[in-house]
Write a protein that binds this ligand. Structure first.
Ligand code: T46
Length: 134
């Protein structure tokens, strides 16, 4: 059977009467040394993002507020998952094409990355991606 492209990491929540707390740690519940964090917010209804793959970068994406839908594609299979829970991380491996659709207006998407920003690591053309992933 084919392994799913959708690799979900479930985070523990430390909750009490004051609210909830999630702790994310490099090489523990985030499965790589974290070099960079970024967050996407102020997203617009009907506006999609992504449409690229990375050669080396690994990432974990968490919708800490609101929701969006990820499409992941390894050149053979294409799968989709809705992120709508701050207790759920999506692990995105290298050489996986990603698209993000259907952002809610309140979405805050937090992303943990294994490397500093490097535009040379991006494959932004789908046909180039297919050539490189084979
Ligand atoms: C990814 C998905 C989930 C930087 O200068 N530094 C950074 O660390 C990042 C992430 C972006 N940028 C610049 C590059 C562009 O000029 O910010 C601009 C927007 O980036 P981009 O169009 O790549 O954004 P998305 O939302 O399409 O993709 C982002 C990440 O770039 C990407 O690695 O996997 O989120």
């Amino acid at each position: 059977m084919l392994e799913s492209l959708i690799k979900i990491i479930n985070f523990n929540s430390f909750g009490d009467e004051r609210g909830s707390l999630v702790a994310l740690e490099a090489d523990r519940n985030i499965p790589f040394p974290i070099k960079r964090l970024y967050y996407i917010f102020d997203t617009k209804t009907g506006v999609s993002r992504g449409f690229h793959a990375h050669r080396e970068l690994k990432q974990v994406a968490v919708a800490v507020k609101g929701s969006c839908r990820f499409v992941l594609d390894n050149g053979t299979n294409r799968e989709s998952v809705v992120l709508d829970n701050p207790l759920t991380g999506l692990l995105i491996d290298s050489f996986v094409w990603r698209e993000m659709h259907e952002f809610s207006e309140d979405c805050v998407l937090l992303v943990f990355a294994s490397a500093y920003y490097d535009e040379a690591d991006y494959i932004r053309n789908y046909d180039d991606f297919l050539l490189e992933v084979k």
